[in-house]
Design a protein around this ligand. Structure first.
Ligand SMILES: Cc1cc2nc3c(=O)[nH]c(=O)nc-3n(C[C@H](O)[C@H](O)[C@H](O)COP(=O)(O)O)c2cc1C
Length: 336
């Protein structure tokens, strides 16, 4: 089984669902000596199987696959209806229909069967913690499990269920907060404080992410007890990343200097470049994945129209340090 301490470069190329993660990006990070990840979220099991095949054609180096653990959630139907009404004018303007506010589990069983069969070196989870049985079955086939946690309490539960390692995510991180409780406000404790609390609470190898974008910051998480850093935002402009053109352009546009945490796009707290849509929908209710499905056509239309004021552009606090370079070079620049 892979030991994260054995990586040549103690950097995990974070899974980034919704486009940025590609087999080419994961392969380049792993080939450079880090650990590349495929993001299974929002993709069908068949697409993920194809991604694994493409990655395997490019490298035999270790790699990881990340799965969403989507808990059942019954949002307040009246609040969702009222929120959808506030989106209609925007949808009309972009010529898009809103999607249905439906729940789904992101094809969990099929993706679990896939990783049990394909046996990537690491399977990481976000949004929740799988059962002890699932963690045990993966361990039995030699897969290192990694559960994303955003509090010391989540870390204790993951350890009790038998997680082999943790991905500790601080509030500086881009993308969705991995928090397991949709109704909780995101914990604002900075990554280094959270890391100290988690390493006090449990005795597991930990990868730490959120605002890590330089070799010095990788060193600082290692000094505080992590065995590796998990880096996402710094790879968003990598040559191999599938980041869409609207997102890419905004990452280097001084008009998008600020970031904000919002529920407006998906009903789950997520961190991205601040824009008009976030400002106008600051009161969006909780409701994941229902609101993800509602706004998905709207967001697609915004990207097609080249509209960064409506498109979601996930990014963390260190977005100004993202560089348009080959991923191998970004990985080497992160080596402590
Ligand atoms: C565009 C984007 C998409 C993300 N998608 C996922 C995902 O699918 N699964 C996951 O566990 N984390 C996801 N994350 C969070 C990362 O795993 C990681 O916690 C974060 O990128 C680390 O902080 P940084 O962005 O400051 O480097 C995403 C982050 C970004 C920026």
């Amino acid at each position: 089984m892979l030991d994260l301490r054995d990586l040549d470069i103690p950097v995990l190329g974070a899974p980034m669902a919704g486009g940025p993660s590609t087999p080419a990006l994961a392969a380049a990070v792993s080939e450079a000596g880090g650990l590349g990840f495929l993001a299974a979220g929002y993709r069908t099991a068949r697409q993920v199987a194809d991604d694994i095949e493409a990655l395997r054609a490019a490298t035999s180096a270790p790699y990881g696959v990340n799965l969403f653990v989507v808990g059942r959630y019954e949002p307040d139907a009246a609040a969702i209806d009222a929120y959808c009404r506030t989106l209609r004018a925007e949808a009309d303007r972009l010529g898009a229909e809103l999607g249905p506010p439906r729940w789904d589990d992101d094809d969990w069983e099929a993706k679990l069967d896939l990783v049990l069969d394909a046996r990537p070196d690491v399977v990481s989870f976000t949004f929740g913690c799988p059962s002890a049985e699932v963690l045990r079955r993966l361990a039995e086939v030699g897969v290192l499990t990694a559960v994303t946690v955003t509090t010391a309490q989540e870390a204790r539960v993951a350890a009790d269920r038998g997680a082999a390692s943790l991905a500790v995510q601080g509030p500086e991180a881009g993308g969705h907060r991995g928090t397991w409780d949709l109704d909780a406000d995101p914990d604002p404790a900075p990554l280094l404080d959270l890391l100290a609390a988690v390493t006090d609470a449990v005795d597991l190898p930990v990868a730490a992410g959120g605002g890590v974008a330089s070799a010095a910051e990788v060193s600082s998480v290692l000094d505080r007890g992590a065995v590796a850093a998990q880096v996402g935002t710094a790879y968003l402009l990598a040559d191999e990343a599938g980041t869409n053109p609207v997102h890419r352009a905004a990452l280097t546009d001084p008009a998008f200097a600020a970031t904000r945490v919002t529920r407006a796009y998906t009903g789950r707290w997520a961190h991205g470049l601040a824009n008009r849509f976030m400002a106008e929908h600051a009161e969006a209710p909780a409701g994941y994945p229902q609101l993800h499905h509602v706004t998905s056509p709207l967001r697609r239309a915004a990207v097609a129209a080249g509209d960064p004021q409506v498109a979601h552009m996930w990014a963390g606090t260190r977005h100004a340090d993202a560089r348009p370079l080959p991923a191998a070079e970004i990985t080497r620049l992160l080596a402590p």
